[in-house]
Ligand binder design. Structure first.
Ligand SMILES: NC(=O)c1ccc[n+]([C@@H]2O[C@H](COP(=O)([O-])OP(=O)(O)OC[C@H]3O[C@@H](n4cnc5c(N)ncnc54)[C@H](O)[C@@H]3O)[C@@H](O)[C@H]2O)c1
Length: 256
């Protein structure tokens, strides 16, 4: 039995796919043969990654610009892409990174973006795409979450709460749509070497060593770490796996 992941003929959408973890998931899905819509709030990022993915093949890619925190723009994106078989709710960190802040020092107006990016977008994008999946009798919804929502992390209280909400949503939706061939899972990450952290580490290499200390496998994550699991969860092999959260975190949080 060959264990190669085969996604030829499948259409996928990755939110916030123009950088970091989402772009790497795009590479994995295109290598498996899928056509991948790369969504991003930045046309430039989406187009750059889609062009790169087309060159990788054997699958293909197209950019789709949309701010997924805006429900009307999500609906316009759905019109542009049509239905997909695989939805990866990857968006979660605003351009430039999010600010660490004590909850007590934060204001309600500080919470909105994190809640909309990490939970609101998951609801709206999934709502726009899952109906066609249930009608087609096949679908995969995979949401990228964080150990901040499993363990709880100081200074990331709202981010963690929004990620925890996405996990709860995924468990409930999984129970609704499993009978239609649609699975719904989450992949929970530890600290990843991407985005603004790359510059921080370049200026202070000792910081990377310090960050890696709590990890059983003593390094921080690479964007390539979660992509194979996402491709597997998207494949036919994973048809009886649903309602779960799978950590890719070097053993940082080794229990639910
Ligand atoms: N980076 C980490 O250390 C880390 C750790 C745990 C979990 N995660 C999760 O992994 C996922 C991906 O994170 P990343 O670090 O690769 O992010 P990133 O910042 O590298 O990339 C996110 C992409 O999303 C786009 N984007 C931002 N706001 C958008 C919006 N409103 N609509 C559409 N696109 C938008 C950005 O332009 C960017 O290209 C997120 O859900 C994040 O919470 C990341």
């Amino acid at each position: 039995m060959s264990l190669a992941i085969e996604l030829s003929g499948k259409r996928a959408l990755i939110t916030g796919g123009g950088n970091g973890i989402g772009a790497e998931i795009g590479r994995a899905l295109v290598r498996a043969g899928a056509h991948v819509w790369i969504n991003d709030i930045s046309q430039e990022r989406a187009s750059e990654i889609a062009t790169e993915l087309c060159a990788i093949g054997p699958g293909s890619a197209s950019p789709v610009k949309a701010d997924v925190t805006d429900p009307a723009k999500v609906l316009r994106m759905r019109e542009e892409t049509g239905p997909v078989d695989i939805l990866v709710n990857n968006v979660g960190i605003p351009i430039g990174g999010f600010q660490l802040q004590k909850f007590v020092d934060s204001q309600p107006s500080d919470w909105d973006l994190s809640i909309w990016l990490n939970f609101g977008s998951v609801l709206h994008v999934t709502h726009a795409y899952v109906g066609a999946m249930t009608e087609a009798g096949f679908g995969r919804v995979i949401t990228i979450v964080s150990d901040a929502g499993r363990k709880g992390e100081r200074y990331q209280v709202i981010y963690g709460a929004a990620k925890a909400a996405s996990m709860g949503f995924s468990r409930g939706l999984a129970a609704e749509v499993g009978k239609f061939g649609v699975t719904v899972n989450c992949v929970a990450l530890g600290a990843m070497k991407t985005g603004p952290l790359i510059d921080v580490i370049a200026n202070d290499p000792a910081f990377e060593t310090k960050m890696a200390r709590p990890y059983a496998v003593p390094r921080i994550g690479r964007t390539t770490d979660p992509a194979p699991l996402v491709a597997f969860l998207a494949s036919d092999y994973a048809e009886w796996i649903t309602g779960q959260t799978y950590p890719v975190d070097g053993g940082y949080v080794n229990a639910l």
